[in-house]
Design a protein around this ligand. Structure first.
Ligand SMILES: Nc1ncnc2c1ncn2[C@@H]1O[C@H](COP(=O)(O)OP(=O)(O)OP(=O)(O)O)[C@@H](O)[C@H]1O
Length: 600
């Protein structure tokens, strides 16, 4: 960048030296009718012209690499930062705003650095050097030009402040616009069935109109500034010609000096004119930088420890929550309030609770999507915050009820947690098929046109909800985790498939600690321990049968059709549906989960 500025300054100086050669030419060979000195002057012009051209070319060549590198680096930095930010950040920020900050704002900053910043410096310097040259030709000439140009400083300052505020608002609205487009595309099914398409179009049109209004305001500021910035240099040229012409007529100035002064003043027109759009660019870049750093400065609250502890070896997978509190930023009440829990290694724990009781929040803390507001969570006695995030996430794998799939092949989606299996090698594919078989997804994947290499659309829209969930489940078990977190991960499956998947998962579950959210009695009977959450607190723990017997609230939640009076449950229950359910699950469990725990 120093080279870029040097080349730009050099070409500017060469350009400003030309009027001085012109002065020598007019006052020397031309005035004295001495053609012998003409070649020297022509040679001087040619040399200065060449220097100017070469340096201009060098400036352009030199600026490309650092400017594009800066853009790439800024994009990489912010997207890596966005990935490091906790889940709470993402619930506060719209995706359209993040999109416009990583794409268009960085382009704006890159453009400013590559082009406008250099010209802003060089052109301000050109105005200063031009004034010095004019002062050398005649102090009054410099004073005239200075007085003509001085109001431009005030005008550009006022303009800069106003333009920047509007430019920022325009960027915000443009981000909202992106969010509306994104939501209307992703939520197209919901919008169609509820007939909200026209409403979305209206919202989009309203935002587009607001954006247009802001763009018009930007243009009106720019037009006013342009008017000042074009009129004043013209005024300066007229004044210099007037004063200089009078000086030549009275003999106070030579013709060469007048011509040189007019040439310098004309030369300064471009640096003066350019101040208008360069200031506009600077304001846009400043607004873009403000917005960029707003995201980049967000603190990474879920960060890497300074000195990460190694994973305990051997790793058993015991999880303890000690007085864990968590409040969502902006949430009305704490989502978790003093949760204390021990999940023994290799056991299965089911979280049960009314909607909003804190189940998903608790599960999100186990893989450090966020950290507890207070209290701590340990894995085999080591605080999760002391483990390297990559280590933690290689042993704690999750599947959620919303199975996010990315546009890519089935293989790429399933191997997200085990990239080494993504190469299409025989071993890698064998592991992927094994995971698919475990979650009963091998059947439908085999039927896809290119099996593992089939490209599934964005968000997996070409697949059914249950198929997507099974791929997400296969993704969670493929890396062979020590702790498996399933947040309603089977919710889109029909009862039969869910039971088959649960039974087939038995082989996997017998080796890992599993924490699931569940409501179906069949699934709950498989758990070694059921944790009943209410209002962010552990209201009760025990086996499903114990809680059914002694916790009326639990009973009401899990089996609302049963009488709420505590009593014998399970096979003795009066509810035939419930009895059928448990029987069937017990059968499947016996097949698939042999050797694992009491009920399994
Ligand atoms: N991003 C958020 N910002 C603010 N509050 C939140 C956020 N996410 C969840 N909450 C609140 O935290 C509480 C616990 O939510 P959580 O999603 O953990 O409940 P849940 O038991 O998993 O519910 P469900 O069974 O409906 O999924 C709720 O009161 C919810 O409104």
């Amino acid at each position: 960048m120093a080279g870029v500025c040097g080349a730009a300054f050099g070409s500017m100086l060469a350009g400003l030296a030309m009027p001085l050669v012109l002065q020598r030419l007019v006052d020397g060979p031309v005035a004295e009718r001495d053609s012998a000195a003409l070649p020297w002057c022509i040679g001087g012009f040619t040399l200065l012209g060449l220097v100017e051209a070469v340096l201009l070319g060098a400036r352009r060549l030199l600026v490309v690499r650092p400017a594009t590198r800066l853009e790439t680096q800024m994009r990489a930095d912010v997207s890596a930062h966005i990935q490091r930010l906790p889940l709470s950040f993402h619930s506060r920020w719209q995706s359209g705003q993040l999109l416009s900050r990583t794409v268009s704002d960085v382009t704006e900053i890159g453009r400013f650095v590559a082009f406008s910043a250099v010209y802003l410096m060089v052109n301000v310097a050109a105005l200063a050097v031009g004034l010095v040259v004019l002062a050398w030709l005649g102090p009054v000439l410099a004073l005239i030009v200075f007085l003509a140009y001085a109001p431009m400083v005030g005008a550009t300052t006022v303009f800069e402040q106003r333009f920047r505020a509007v430019a920022r608002s325009a960027k915000e609205v443009s981000g909202d616009l992106s969010t509306t487009v994104e939501e209307s595309v992703l939520g197209v099914r919901v919008l169609k069935v509820f007939g909200r398409g026209p409403e979305t179009v209206r919202r989009f049109t309203g935002q587009a109109r607001r954006l247009r209004g802001l763009e018009l305001r930007k243009l009106s500021y720019t037009a006013a500034l342009w008017w000042i910035i074009t009129a004043l240099p013209d005024l300066a040229i007229v004044a210099v010609i007037g004063y200089g012409g009078y000086g030549v007529a009275t003999g106070a100035l030579t013709l060469g000096t007048l011509m040189a002064a007019v040439t310098v003043t004309t030369y300064l027109r471009w640096p003066a004119d350019s101040l208008g759009w360069l200031t506009t660019d600077a304001s846009k870049a400043a607004a873009a930088a403000d917005r960029y750093w707003q995201v980049r400065d967000e603190p990474v609250t879920v960060g890497e420890p300074e000195r990460p502890q190694p994973l305990p070896s051997p790793l058993h997978g015991e999880i303890r929550l000690e007085d864990v509190h968590y409040a969502h930023p902006g949430g009305r009440a704490a989502a978790l309030r003093g949760v204390g829990l021990t999940i023994r290694a290799g056991t299965m724990v089911a979280l049960v609770g009314a909607t909003g009781s804190g189940k998903s929040t608790l599960l999100s803390l186990l893989s450090r999507l966020d950290d507890p507001t207070s209290g701590r969570i340990t894995l085999d006695g080591v605080d999760l915050r002391e483990l390297a995030l990559a280590d933690l996430r290689s042993v704690v794998c999750c599947a959620f009820d919303d199975p996010v799939l990315f546009s890519g092949t089935v293989r790429a989606n399933v191997t997200l947690g085990l990239p080494e299996a993504d190469g299409g090698s025989e071993d890698g594919d064998a592991a992927v098929w094994e995971a698919l078989r475990t979650v009963r997804a091998d059947g439908f994947v085999s039927a896809l046109p290119e099996r593992l290499s089939t490209v599934i659309g964005e968000e997996g829209l070409g697949l059914s909800g249950g198929q997507r969930q099974r791929l997400a489940l296969a993704r969670a078990i493929l890396p062979g985790p020590k702790v498996l977190v399933l947040d309603n991960a089977l919710s889109a499956l029909d009862v039969r498939t869910e039971r088959e998947v649960e039974a087939a998962l038995g082989g996997v579950l017998s080796r890992v600690t599993t924490v699931v959210t569940a409501h179906r009695p069949g699934t709950l009977r498989l758990a070694d321990q059921v944790v009943f959450l209410a209002g962010g607190r552990v209201a009760a723990t025990g086996t499903h049968e114990e809680l059914m017997a002694r916790e009326p609230e639990y009973r009401r939640l899990v089996a609302p059709s049963l009488p709420t009076v505590a009593g014998p449950v399970g096979r003795d229950t009066e509810d035939p549906g419930y009895a059928d359910d448990t029987d069937e699950v017990a059968d499947i469990a016996e097949d698939g989960m042999a050797g694992r725990g009491r009920t399994r």
